[in-house]
Design a protein around this ligand. Structure first.
Ligand code: G6P
Length: 608
């Protein structure tokens, strides 16, 4: 969601604030702004649109100041505009905020009709409330302590105060916030990435904490206002700005990194010599677990869906999958001694985090698959499986998804073994199939030029269907999601067998159908579904291995084919994901949309 940064420095901070915001732009890019203290008074620069607009404003009208805060916004309350851009300020205080103040209307009512607002945001009222307490004679620390209990909702915020060059106050409830320690300087940041060029020495605020920072250090208080100590850690995040290399877009680069990062992730769990899987220590043995409940959002939720097929069929272990935003509101009963699995690239998605907390409250053992090791979801889990995808910058998830699948496949093998459903030979076969994935993924990428040509068919369509069966079904949904996210073409992912129960009514010659059909036990079923579409004039893009394509061509003629290597059906969903990503990528490039920062989206969604 929104990204925030604060620097309590010794000299001009505005360039460094903008640099920090560049690293946070994945959280939102509707508008951006900074506020600094110059000779005791608050000055702001803000701009609608991407960070480049703010940089242009600052180039025309630079800003001094040795203490400052910055923000990059993903709009919730109020349209993207300069007026709604953070920081919000009165003469006395400026604030940057990530989250939603749910009772902002009540607070506005409380402050009365005399207060003048210059934005439609939920945030501005907090500046006025703190400002009112300052007017009444409270110190900044007292004013914040008085304000915090009045706020409902989720937030991370940082404030600077007029006349206070040696003070910055930050607070978190729900949304992440870290305090950074520098040499004679102190910082706040939404994540370690924002602060990486400034410092790697961090303290993560815990739920309800607030922190009073001066040049000499930090005092941290809990929800009740009691002083608390929080661990000081060294972040592993590199300060180097992540570049696109020779690629045109981050998404393209990240798609092409998959053979390497799947390999890295596999090596952390798979011993190629013994063909065995070793997982990190678990809070409970899979053999003792009655059920796994998995939850996630977006692309990560589709990784969980694939996991359900794998874990139920291989380990004979029931697995329920629900979206982060649904699980807890359903008040799902979770069995005693159960295991709950949360999947998240960022480790900060609020809906997933709240689902995790719900499961914890129900006494579940908490496992998570995350890409960011010091994220909140990782810190609140009993066991963390890290995907070694490296930083993912493109908003549409690619390498994070295939590395999530890789980890979950390893979990499925380990669970099946622990539960006595996998003999040594089958374990070795599955481990060998997994070990082959990086090489086979590189082969799929060799078909990039052909896939780009086929993507031309999608770029011109208004609606596209994606279909598969078994583990191909969640991959069909992932293919449709990728296309929607970055090319804005309407797409639906369907179970191929379900098509005859409704969607077939929509088949016309201008509605392409992407059909995934790897050789394996479900091939004949999918081939029949393909024939049903071709018979109705549908334009099928058929994905299979050479054997499958040859077989299909004898039955009905697809409009286009994409050939993939023949692999064990167990690992097919990982490989079939790659053409889904490339089809969406090339369709978006064809249409000229903003591939890395598609409209209305943000990479890390820290509001509910
Ligand atoms: C956002 C992103 C998606 C992502 C989802 C979950 O909606 O745009 O690409 O799949 O969040 O993110 P997470 O970090 O939890 O995997």
């Amino acid at each position: 969601m929104c990204g925030i940064i604060g620097i309590l420095g010794r000299d001009g901070v505005s360039d460094r604030l903008v640099d920090g915001l560049k690293r946070l732009e994945y959280r939102g890019y509707d508008s951006a702004g900074i506020a600094t203290l110059v000779n005791g008074s608050i000055h702001r620069r803000r701009a609608e649109g991407k960070l480049a607009q703010l940089a242009a404003v600052l180039a025309d009208n630079p800003l001094d100041g040795d203490a400052g805060i910055g923000h990059t916004r993903w709009a919730t309350h109020g349209v993207p505009s300069e007026d709604n851009a953070h920081p919000h300020a009165t003469d006395r205080v400026a604030i940057v905020h990530n989250g939603i103040i749910e009772n902002y209307q009540e607070l506005r009512d409380k402050l009365g009709a005399d207060t003048e607002y210059t934005s439609d945001t939920d945030t501005e009222v907090v500046a006025h409330l703190v400002g009112k307490y300052l007017e009444e004679g409270l110190s900044p620390k007292e004013a914040v302590a008085r304000t915090l209990p009045e706020l409902e909702g989720a937030f991370a915020f940082v404030m600077v105060f007029a006349g206070e060059h040696d003070l910055m106050i930050g607070a978190r409830r729900g949304s992440p916030l870290a305090v950074g320690f520098g040499e004679g300087e102190m910082y706040f940041g939404s994540d370690a990435l924002a602060l990486a060029p400034l410092t790697r020495t961090l303290s993560y605020l815990e739920e309800g904490d607030w922190a009073v920072v001066t040049h000499d250090g930090v005092e941290i208080f809990d929800t009740d206002g009691a002083p608390v100590e929080r661990k000081v850690v060294q972040s592993a995040v590199s300060g180097a700005m992540i570049g696109k290399g020779n690629y045109r877009h981050f998404m393209q680069k990240e798609i092409h990194e998959q053979p390497a990062v799947i390999g890295d992730t596999l090596h952390s769990m798979l011993n190629p010599a013994s063909q065995t899987i070793t997982l990190p220590p678990l809070p409970v043995d899979f053999a003792q677990v009655p059920k796994i409940t998995a939850s996630a959002c977006g692309t990560a939720a589709l990784a969980a869906q694939v996991g359900k097929y794998w874990i139920e069929s291989l380990a004979r272990l029931p697995m329920e999958v629900d979206l982060g935003s649904e699980l807890r509101y359903r008040e799902t009963p979770l069995p005693e001694g159960g295991m709950a699995l949360f999947i998240s690239q960022s480790g900060e998605t609020m809906d997933t985090l709240e689902a995790l907390r719900y499961a914890k409250g129900q006494g579940q053992h908490i496992l998570s698959v995350v890409n960011v090791p010091d994220s909140t979801i990782a810190r609140e889990s009993d066991t963390v499986f890290q995907t070694l995808a490296g930083p993912e910058i493109g908003v549409a998830s690619t390498k994070a998804f295939t590395t999530q699948l890789t980890v979950i496949a390893a979990i499925a093998i380990a669970a099946a073994k622990a539960r006595g459903h996998l003999d040594r030979q089958r374990e070795a076969t599955l481990a060998a199939a997994l070990a082959e994935v990086p090489g086979r993924a590189a082969e799929v990428l060799n078909h990039d030029a052909h896939i780009a040509e086929v993507a031309g068919m999608l770029a011109e369509a208004r609606d596209v269907f994606y279909m598969g069966r078994g583990t191909g079904y969640p991959i069909a949904m992932e293919g449709a999601l990728k296309l929607k996210e970055i090319s804005y073409i309407h797409a639906e992912g369907y179970a191929a067998g379900e098509m005859k129960h409704g969607p077939i009514a929509l088949i016309e010659d201008d509605v392409p159908v992407v059909m995934m059909s790897p050789s394996g036990p479900l091939f004949d079923k999918v081939a029949s579904n393909t024939q049903e579409i071709v018979a109705r004039g549908g334009k099928v893009i058929f994905l299979s291995d050479s054997e499958g394509i040859a077989k299909m061509s004898r039955m009905a003629k697809p409009a286009a084919t994409i050939e993939l290597p023949k692999v064990d059906p167990f690992v097919a969903p990982i490989l079939y994901t790659i053409p889904m990503q490339l089809l969406a990528y090339h369709a978006a490039v064809h249409k000229g949309t903003d591939v890395d920062q598609p409209r209305n989206l943000a990479k890390s969604v820290t509001v509910e």
